[in-house]
Design a protein around this ligand. Sequence first.
Ligand code: HEC
Length: 130
Amino acid sequence: MLHCQGCHRPDGSGVPGAVPDLRGSLARFLELPRGRAFLVQVPGSASSRLSHAELAAVLNWMVVRFGPAADARAAVPYTAEEVARLRAHPLVDVAGARRALLARLGKTPEAPVRPVRPAGSPEELTAHSN
Ligand code: HEC
């Protein structure tokens, strides 16, 4: 709630055109080894102030919470050690990595195209006031 929902929203629905909807799609990334790494290496995860153990726990919770259920059931939970290893290699081209993964998964990329500020930040409040 403190670190992630400003952008992802409490229900995971995100912000259209800026933050992807996690519902029914997040766990699909786990079908590919690179996708499994992506969920840890994406900036919102990798650069958060969560410890490796905390990030592993949040990601494991997200996989089950947002599904799809079949992928969540098949998923091997993240460990703090795995998160530590993957986190040491941040993504250089986040959008490109995401597009490539979605193409391999047969999903239409649902766009984050512009950088976003967490909801409620001064920038967003200004942007929405006119
Ligand atoms: C500043 C906004 C912001 C915050 C805060 C944020 N995220 Fe994200 N998140 C995004 C955006 C935008 C994407 C799409 C990929 C990208 O461009 O980074 C994303 C993608 C993801 C993904 C991959 C799913 C996908 O469909 O791309 C995961 C997993 C994720 N975030 C987890 C987290 C976690 C865990 C936290 C909190 C520790 C968090 N995020 C905080 C904006 C945010």
